[in-house]
Design a protein around this ligand. Structure first.
Ligand code: CA
Length: 228
């Protein structure tokens, strides 16, 4: 489980990161709202712990930007201001829970575990792109109504590409997110996996959905017929 902590106060940030690590979580940290948003966009997190008062970009704006970009990661808000209007505002923006500072570690951990059990509330169950259909809960892929036989890793790779359709995803990002490891840049493991996936998804169809962007990575999009 990977948690992102966006908190400008150093002692609080380090306390949370250390506590999470001791409880078996992987914790990344950001010191301001913008740096936090970059991380939330770039990597997959199971939960974001988000302070309200932050430099550069406040917690409200980070949450709004995340939801606008379709990032539905559960968010636990940390706020020093225990007022009703703040709570209402945060919930309207899509925060999943609140914790008012100062809080006890046990309380934080309990809230965090509840949110992690619940998972992203509004995540799409089925992704569609052209005639491709991904059934996420069942891990089934169909194209033109026909089942595509994929390994678990291939399904993960395909759903990542499909979720971020139109975005060019680098080999490094794919390696980190799907295999949870860093491939050296000259490794062709990602290319080999992508090649295999492309054959399964695109071969025999008039339009290709997975495209290579030379020197950058891969993008999934429907460009109509006859183009690569
Ligand atoms: Ca703060």
């Amino acid at each position: 489980m990977r948690i992102l902590i966006i908190e400008d106060e150093r002692r609080s940030r380090e306390f949370l990161a250390r506590g999470l690590a001791e409880n078996g979580f992987v914790a990344d940290t950001a010191e301001d709202g913008q740096a936090g948003l970059y991380l939330a966009e770039d990597r997959h997190y199971d939960l974001v712990v988000l302070d309200v008062m932050l430099p550069v970009m406040d917690g409200w704006s980070v949450l709004r930007a995340m939801r606008a970009k379709g990032i539905e990661t559960p968010v636990l808000f940390l706020t020093a201001r225990d007022t009703v209007p703040d709570r209402v505002k945060g919930l309207e923006l899509g925060a999943d829970d609140y914790l008012v500072k100062p809080f006890a570690w046990a309380e934080f951990l309990a809230r965090l575990r509840t949110l992690l059990r619940r998972g992203p509330a509004r995540q799409a169950e089925v992704i569609r792109l052209a005639d491709l259909e991904l059934d996420l809960p069942r891990m089934k892929a169909r194209r033109g109504g026909k089942v595509i036989d994929l390994t678990a890793k291939e399904f993960q790779l395909l759903s990542l590409l499909a979720r971020r359709a139109g975005d060019v995803l680098s080999r490094t990002l794919l390696a980190e997110q799907v295999w949870d490891m860093n491939f050296s840049t000259d490794s062709n493991a990602v290319d080999v996996a992508l090649g295999r996936l492309r054959r399964k998804v695109d071969e025999g169809f008039s339009s290709r959905l997975i495209h290579t962007v030379r020197g950058l990575g891969y993008v999934m999009e429907d460009r109509g017929h006859g183009h690569d």
